[in-house]
Design a protein around this ligand. Structure first.
Ligand code: NAD
Ligand code: LMR
Length: 338
């Protein structure tokens, strides 16, 4: 529906411009890591989103070129490019939503946790700046390992006295995007109609798609469900191996990140019934953070929704993921305190 809205706006651009900015409130979105593999296509997709009035593109280098390029697109938002740490404050000031795809990606043979040593420090320093310059922004963390970087962000915000659990999100939308695509292929249903929740976390077995709740429903065998589950859990690795050393998912991630940021903006704007899966502070299980369906509203998380009925296979998967997810969360919290 976002793309439909975009097409409509684009086709009538000249006459619609004033209307668009008057009807949708001003919203500033900042992308940190905007010159990267995800950052560039994500900048493009956010430039196409009519809910954005200002788009700040920040990276340690390379953003002037990306910003100049994207700024020529004749859509609503004003593009602001920022390069280097001394410009980070200006990039963040007034932001309603901050999206963080900054950090190193995997190479074949690596786990997401192997990125911890570099990315934990990047997320910590970016979140320190968010606490200072836009403490009320909704923060969308893409940088891996998400199971640890989100707890790091929460501890940084707590320390700064700005933490609001309703405003911090680990972006797990790509798991949902993959689950929908793979399910539609196997179930032979229209992919545009598919809904599948994916819960847990964002690494290997912590990714738990709930195909028993998938709609339109299909009579898949337990072997087929198991294969779909494994493919969803290994989707990131599938791309890492295909790219053979040149990084991980960027284009599908940019799409997923744009969908999630759009949902955050719709929630802020008061659109009812905006629900997406996300890795958030949670009481759905005994773990302090957990991905599940979340209702988005004017303050961010309006409601963390429960798991619903699980199949026996999903119940086993849920128990099996808890030790790894727990230790990844604890690793992040420990790092933030050190
Ligand atoms: P990339 O190397 O292509 O781009 C990363 C960008 O971050 C670079 O432009 C780099 O200059 C920038 N950067 C580094 N340190 C920074 C800092 N301190 N401040 C601002 N920018 C900084 O990598 P990529 O392919 O875009 O992936 C980025 C991250 O996203 C990785 O950690 C990857 O694992 C993760 N990722 C997450 C998901 C998900 O589903 N959540 C999906 C795909 C990738
Ligand atoms: C993904 O799921 O594609 C990302 O988390 C990147 C990766 O390392 O797999």
């Amino acid at each position: 529906s976002m793309l439909r809205t975009l097409a409509r706006r684009t086709s009538t651009a000249g006459t619609c411009r004033g209307f668009a900015s008057e009807s949708a409130p001003d919203r500033k979105v900042a992308i940190l890591g905007a010159a990267g593999g995800i950052g560039q296509p994500l900048s493009l997709l956010m430039k196409l989103n009519p809910l954005v009035s200002r788009l700040a593109l920040y990276d340690i280098a390379g953003t002037p070129g990306v910003a100049a390029d994207v700024s020529h697109i004749n859509t609503r938002s004003e593009i602001l490019g920022y390069a280097g740490e001394e410009q980070l404050g200006n990039a963040l000031e007034g932001a309603d939503v901050v999206i963080i795809p900054a950090g190193v990606p995997r190479k074949p043979g690596m786990t997401r946790d192997d990125l911890f040593n570099i990315n934990a420090g990047i997320v910590k320093s970016l979140c320190t700046a968010i606490a200072k310059y836009c403490p009320h922004a909704l923060v969308n963390v893409i940088s891996n390992p998400v199971n640890s970087t989100v707890p790091i962000a929460s501890e940084v915000f707590k320390k700064a006295g700005t933490y609001d659990e309703k405003r911090l999100f680990g972006v797990t939308t790509l798991d949902v995007v993959r689950a929908k695509t793979f399910y539609a292929g196997k179930a032979k249903v229209n992919v545009a109609d598919v809904i599948v929740p994916v819960v847990g976390g964002h690494a290997g077995v912590t990714i738990l798609p709930l195909f028993s709740q998938a709609t339109p429903s299909a009579n898949l065998s337990s072997e087929e469900i198991e294969a779909l589950t494994k493919r969803t859990q290994d989707g990131g690795t599938e791309v890492v191996e295909a790219k053979a050393g040149k990084g991980s998912a960027t284009l599908s991630m940019a799409y997923a990140g744009a969908i999630f940021a759009d949902a955050c903006l719709k929630g802020l704007n008061g659109v009812p019934d905006v629900v997406e899966c996300s890795f958030v502070q949670s009481t759905v299980t005994d773990l302090p953070f957990f991905a599940s369906k979340v209702r988005l509203g004017k303050n961010g998380v309006e409601e963390v929704l429960g798991l619903g009925a699980l199949s026996d296979y999903e119940k086993e998967g849920l128990e099996a993921l808890k030790p790894e997810l727990k230790s990844s969360i604890e690793k992040g919290i420990k790092f933030a305190h050190a």
